[in-house]
Design a protein around this ligand. Structure first.
Ligand code: HPA
Length: 243
């Protein structure tokens, strides 16, 4: 059974059937929402809504340590994380889908490790390839099989949020090699690695990043809800085909 972490625009209500909600307790507090066990395209999944049932957790407040711990405790074999991004790469205009293969962390002050007490000890986990390559390849193969175009690599820049970036920040990240910007796959990816849980991301672009193309002047994030909803449908199909 795989776990899905759904981001903005990806709720379980419409895509998961035969649902059963389970509250999982963790040493790191409550998860952002109960875990929904159910079927996606006939396959059993554990679904977790990253921003909470009512979208109450801002990106920097998502209880990622509790979320990943709870999924591990449920015995999932891997985590497919869905996230929205602003696109920097030309391939990632609104509606574009990407399976990133690299990540740069621009966040600060988040709880990014399980090894942060004398009792837990110190561990420097390998993070050379932050996304599980087999699981990412599986997503890409599924997309190819059903004919959904996806950008098959990409550097995911994780920003702190919740505000969007300045044009200069985006330009700096572009120079750093970033292809897309989001606010949530870190620290999830690192925490999953500490738990030895295969973790892959599938990202949907809902806007050009600040300063690029039609985002040269302003990004009206709330007005992007329609783009998000439509683009996420493609992601759901890819995830379904990958299970
Ligand atoms: N920046 C950061 N996160 C995002 C964006 C963006 O432009 N769009 C969607 N998530």
């Amino acid at each position: 059974m795989y776990a899905l972490i759904g981001g903005s625009g990806f709720t379980s209500d419409d895509v998961i059937t035969d649902r059963e909600e389970v509250v999982v307790t963790t040493p790191y507090g409550d998860t952002s929402a109960p875990i929904v066990f159910g079927l996606l395209g006939g396959k059993r999944v554990a679904f977790l809504r990253r921003h909470g049932r009512k979208h109450e957790y801002a990106p920097h407040r998502v209880p990622s340590r509790a979320n990943l711990w709870a999924l591990k405790k449920c015995g999932v074999e891997g985590v497919i994380a869905v996230g929205t991004v602003g696109g920097i790469a030309p391939e990632l205009g609104p509606g574009g889908i990407a399976v990133p293969d690299q990540l740069i962390d621009y966040t600060w002050g988040r709880e990014v490790t399980y090894y942060d007490s004398p009792e837990a000890g110190v561990k420097h986990v390998d993070f050379t390839h932050p996304f599980d390559r087999a699981l990412s390849a599986r997503l890409i193969a599924a997309a190819d099989r059903i004919g959904v175009p996806v950008f098959k690599r990409g550097v995911y820049a994780c920003t702190q949020g919740p505000r969007l970036e300045t044009a200069a920040e985006v330009e700096r990240m572009r120079r750093d090699g970033a292809d897309m910007i989001g606010m949530t796959l870190y620290p999830e990816a690192a925490l999953a690695r500490e738990l030895a849980l295969p973790y892959a991301g599938i990202c949907v672009s809902v806007n050009h990043a600040a300063g690029i193309g039609d985002s040269a002047e302003k990004i009206d994030f709330e007005s992007l809800a329609d783009v998000v909803e439509k683009a996420v449908l493609g992601v759901v199909e890819v995830v379904k085909a990958s299970l």
